[in-house]
Each structure stands twice: as C-alpha cells, then as structure tokens.
Design a protein around this ligand. Structure first.
Ligand code: ATP
Ligand code: MG
Length: 595
C-alpha cells in the first residue's frame, strides 16, 4: 500500500507574472486607484471609492466556440493571480465582432469557468461584462482621437491599403486621405456611423507613423464598416471597433491592472500603450492605466487546440460531439472524468513563461492520479470477462449456491469510509488474459497447476479450461484451496505469486465500458500545417460490455472510481443510469504511452 497522496492543490511556484504583481504591490503602483463598482470612464471611476481589489485581471474569451485546455491555462492564470494577491478577476466576453457570437457559447464558457472552480463574483458584485456594452465609449474615444488630429478616415481600397502599409524591409506610404482635417474626418466618420457608406468603403485609422519598424504602428485601423446585426446591440451600429482598438479600452474601462495575454500580442504592446496613454491624456480614461504582459501559450502533446480543427473533428464525425471524452475541450475533459483539481494542477505545473514549449499530455493523467488516489472509491471490474468455475465449491461448502461474504476497503487511504461488500460463489468473472493455456515466462496468474489468490477472496488452483467446438475458451476451471480466505487466521499459509481481480457471477453488474485513449498517435498531430487525419488513433475508443462490482449499484453520473489493476473510471455524465451503467475510462494506473 502506498502512502496517501499529497493534496492535489497547486503549490504556487514563482513565475515572472507573480514577480510583476509583487513588484507592483510593493511599489504601490495601483494603491491609489479608484473603482466605481462598474466599468466606466475617467470621471466615473474618479467619483468612486478607492478600489478594494489589490489587482484586477480578466479572462476575455470571444464567445465563438467551446473552451479548450489552452483556455484553462488562461483561466487558472488570471483567476489564480487575482485570488492569490487579493484581487478580482473579471469574466469578460469580447463580443465586439457582430457575426460570430452565439448564446450557446456564452453559456458553455460560463459553465466551464465555474466548473474549473472560479468565480467572477466578489463581495456580492458580479464582474461579468460584455465588451459590446462599451461601444458608446469606444465611439466617443474615436471622435476624441479625430478631434485631436490623431485619427482619420481612410478611403483607400483594401488592396491599396495593404500595399501602402509596406513590409518588414520597407516603410509604408502615407495614405492620400491622411491629411484630411479633423473637421472633415469627423463629418466623414459620422457618415460612416450613419450608414451612408457600404461595407469596406472606409476605415478609421489612427495617425501614427507609416515608417515605424513595428508594422502594428503604421496607422492601425480602429473602426470598419459592417452592416451586420449584433446579438447585444441589434442594429444600433453599422461600424464596429477592431479588436486591437477595443481590447485596451475594455481593460481600462474595467480598471484592469494586469492585462495578461499570449505572446502573439507582444508586438501590439506599443500600440496598447500608445492608445491608453493618449486616451488618459485626453482625460477619457482613468489612471493608473492597465499594462499588458504576454506569456507563451500552453501547447499540449497529443491534442489539437485550433478551434477550426476541433470543429472539423465534430463536423466530420471523427468524434461524437464537442463533449466527446477524447476532445481537449473543457466539456470533453469533464465528460472524460478529468477533475477540475487535476486540470488546475496540470496548468500550474506547465508553468508560465515567455519561452514556449510543449507540455506532455501525460502530465494531465499524472495530476488526475494524484487527485483521485486519495479520493476515488475502489472497486473491482472485469473488462474482458471469461467465466471461472470453482469445481469443488459444492463439496467444500455443502451447496453450489453458497455465498462467501467478502469485503475490501472503500479507499485504503481513508479507513473512515469503511468497507465495501461483495461475495464469492461457485462461478466468477475474471479477465480473459488472466488465464493462459501455455504460460509465457514470468506469467504468474492462472494456468493449469498454478495457484493464485482471488483478491479479498480465496486461493484457488487452476485445473484447466473448457472450449467450444471452434476451440475458443468458454470457461476456466479451478478448485478452491481450503482455509485460505483473506482475513481469516492462517489464510497466508499457502504462498502464491499472483493475485487477480474478479466478480461473482451472481452479484456482478453488467456495464457498458467506454475505453478511451488518446485521439492521436503523434505528439504533434498538426505541427507545421500537417494534416492531422494521418495521426488519428484508430483505437481511441473501444466500447465493451464488462462487469462492475455490486458496490457501484448506486453510482451517480460523474462519480469517479479506481478499478483495481485497471485505472480510473467515471460514470458517464450523459448516458449513465443505475439501470444501465455506462462507465468511461479516464486514465490507466500507469502511463501506457511512456517509452
Ligand atoms: P481565436 O482564434 O478565436 O482568437 P483563441 O483561442 O485566442 O481563439 P479567445 O476566445 O480569444 O480564443 O481566447 C480567450 C483567452 O484565452 C485569450 O486571452 C487567449 O490568449 C487565451 N488562450 C487561448 N488559447 C490559449 C493557450 N493555448 N494557452 C494559453 N492561453 C490561451
Ligand atoms: Mg483570440
């Protein structure tokens, strides 16, 4: 028996973001900040109270798909930092793009964040925000930039604009519209807003520097025309802010202190800083303003996380939906049986740094085993059953229907949970591969003449097997060795090298067992734009009918167990019922993929 597992809560090891937060807290960078209780502009926050939150972070998904394991990293990071340092993390839907969002995704994202164990409510205030509620302010800020001579309406064609932006080696060329006066720009921008121009006819651009070595600073677009209905604002707008304009503003309106994003936004940081500094100077946004920090995204081996490719798996029926237990989506991980504790622990251990890299999928299974070792009820299950007949049973006990009660600890680390009960009879189910007609070297289980212990039961001696006309084994036969029942005096007098798990034919419960494994056989199935189809694991799902211990008769959906010798399993949250048990394999007891 192994020692109880350590509690599976993440043990914070330091990382560069924690160091930045600690530096800011020590310096009092955000100590004087006011927060009005709701998002708003400089005047709004100035009229509010000093912010009781020491820091503010946010998790800002676009509601255009299901969250996956990469998002779990961002969630644990943002909500985790806020919790660690007396802060608050906002749940914000970045729904500035009118065409892609759906309520189904909003609901599933909220559900995923809660399931992971996080909450956007703090002191009775719900910090759940929608970026589309900031459209009025974003528009006002755009007019202010125009009035200050810092933005202009560009009516070049998309091709001209692309061409005139230049590239890494070549400075861009000023747009002929760049010299419009603020009054002209304001009038034209208002026409854009009023719907006078068709999609694509003009964009509002910031006036920065067309020769900047950072291409993101070559007059970035702020607004585009899109005659499209928005799920929140309906037809109120036909111009929509660009993500890179909207996002910094969203952060500032919400009083975010540390805006954490993935590395691909590193080149946007000078723009983030310019925009917020400018809007602070114009008196529109509260100070001190947010700062952006980038970290390397989480890459996990043996999964893909591109939304487009995940959708392809669903649409092409390669998996059975977004919550297929082989999917790296949060709904998939949850249905597979991974616990929020295991996902959080894996994310914490993956670390937070500027250097990318790959996290081995096995680390999720390791975290799961650590979490469930001390928690999950133990039970026996027979996955590939063959009948074992104990031929001297009636002789020994006076009656073929005699049942010998057996018991085992519910969880060996937690004696307070007591024992589970089942019984031994004249026929039991055993694993087919626990018997060999011709034993290989080192095989210590059932073969003619060999003795093994039926775990928590008795020692038996194998006498052979029965076969059908085709030669297939239909039953294994053995005799019980008297006076060897586990827990009785002298039970250990007969020494055996093998112990096997089993279930009484009379009390075993039939169950559908869904044996899941990795969806891909290659560590990086879509690396370098390669087609992941070639790397699909044909054995990623195997459904069998097996048997489970009678102690599981009342198992509820989502209940997790350790099947002795087999690994960790969960009652399927969608299909499991007491009348028709459906059990998923989460992970084996050991990594079967380790080289
Ligand atoms: P899209 O391609 O639609 O932009 P996305 O995966 O970036 O997809 P978002 O909804 O924008 O989706 O993501 C929300 C947050 O999750 C962002 O802050 C993003 O940086 C973060 N995130 C997404 N994938 C990962 C990942 N693999 N590791 C860490 N953070 C991630
Ligand atoms: Mg994104």
């Amino acid at each position: 028996m192994t020692a109880p597992a350590a509690p599976a809560e993440p043990k914070p090891s330091s990382n560069f973001l924690r160091q930045i937060v600690e530096r800011d807290l020590a310096a009092g960078t955000y100590a004087q900040r006011h927060f009005a209780g709701t998002p708003g502009d400089a005047a709004h926050h100035a009229a509010g109270q000093p912010d009781p939150a020491k820091i503010r972070t946010r998790f800002p998904p676009e509601p255009n798909g299901y969250l996956h394991i990469g998002h779990a990293k961002s969630i644990t990071l943002n909500f985790g930092l806020a919790a660690e340092y007396g802060g608050v993390c906002h749940m914000r839907f970045d729904d500035t793009n009118p065409e892609k969002e759906e309520q189904e995704y909003v609901d599933s994202i909220l559900d995923a964040v809660k399931w992971l164990g996080f909450d956007w409510e703090s002191n009775g205030v719900s910090h759940l925000y929608y970026a589309s509620n900031y459209f009025d302010f974003m528009y006002r800020a755009a007019e202010a930039l125009i009035a200050a001579g810092l933005a202009y309406v560009d009516e070049q064609s998309a091709d001209e604009m692309r061409h005139n932006r230049g590239d890494f080696g070549h400075a861009g060329t000023d747009s002929p519209y760049r010299t419009r006066t603020p009054a002209e720009n304001l009038a034209r921008f208002r026409e854009m807003r009023a719907g006078a121009l068709p999609d694509g006819a003009a964009v509002l651009r910031a006036k920065l520097d067309m020769a900047s070595p950072n291409i993101n600073l070559r007059d970035p677009a702020l607004y585009r025309i899109k005659h499209a209905e928005h799920h929140n604002t309906g037809n109120a707008w036909c111009i929509y802010p660009m993500y890179t304009y909207a996002h910094p503003i969203e952060d500032a309106l919400e009083g975010i202190t540390h805006s954490i994003c993935t590395l691909e936004f590193e080149d946007q940081r000078p723009w983030y800083d310019w925009l917020l500094d400018t809007l602070c100077t114009l008196g529109l946004l509260a100070q001190p303003r947010p700062h952006q920090y980038e970290f390397a995204r989480l890459n996990v081996t043996y999964v893909i996380t591109s939304k487009r490719k995940l959708r392809q798996l669903v649409d092409e029926h390669i998996v059975d939906g977004w919550d297929d237990p082989r999917m790296p989506t949060i709904v998939g991980l949850r249905r597979r049986g991974y616990t929020p504790e295991a996902v959080r622990l894996m994310c914490e251990r993956a670390g937070t740094s500027k250097a990318g890299g790959w996290t081995d999928y096995a680390s999720l299974d390791i975290a799961l085993r650590e979490d469930l070792e001390g928690k999950a009820a133990r039970a026996m299950a027979v996955i590939d059953p063959v009948k074992l007949k104990l031929t001297n049973w009636a002789e020994l006990f006076g009656n073929a229907d005699h049942r010998e009660p057996c018991s085992a600890p519910a969880n060996p680390h937690r004696p307070e949970l007591g024992n589970r009960a089942f019984s031994l009879g004249n026929e039991v189910w055993i694993e087919r591969d626990d018997f060999a007609e011709v034993p290989a070297k080192g095989f210590f289980r059932l073969f003619r003449g060999n003795k093994v212990r039926l775990k928590y039961g008795m020692v038996i001696e194998c006498t052979g097997c029965e076969k059908d006309a085709s030669g297939a084994i239909t039953a294994v036969t053995a005799t019980v060795v008297p006076d060897t029942k586990s827990g009785t005096p002298g039970a250990d007098a007969v020494k055996v090298k093998g112990t096997i798990t089993w279930l009484g034919v009379h009390d075993a419960l039939p169950a559908e067992l869904r044996l899941y494994d990795r969806l891909f056989t290659e560590a990086q199935p879509d690396a370098g734009g390669k087609d992941f189809g070639a790397a699909l694991n044909p054995a990623s799902k195997k459904v069998v009918t097996g048997y489970i211990e009678p102690s599981l008769a009342n198992a509820q959906p989502d209940d997790k167990f350790q099947f002795e010798r087999h690994g960790y399993f969960v009652a399927d949250r969608v299909d499991h019922t007491a009348a028709k048990p459906v059990i998923n394999r989460i992970a084996g007891l050991k990594d079967s993929w380790a080289k």
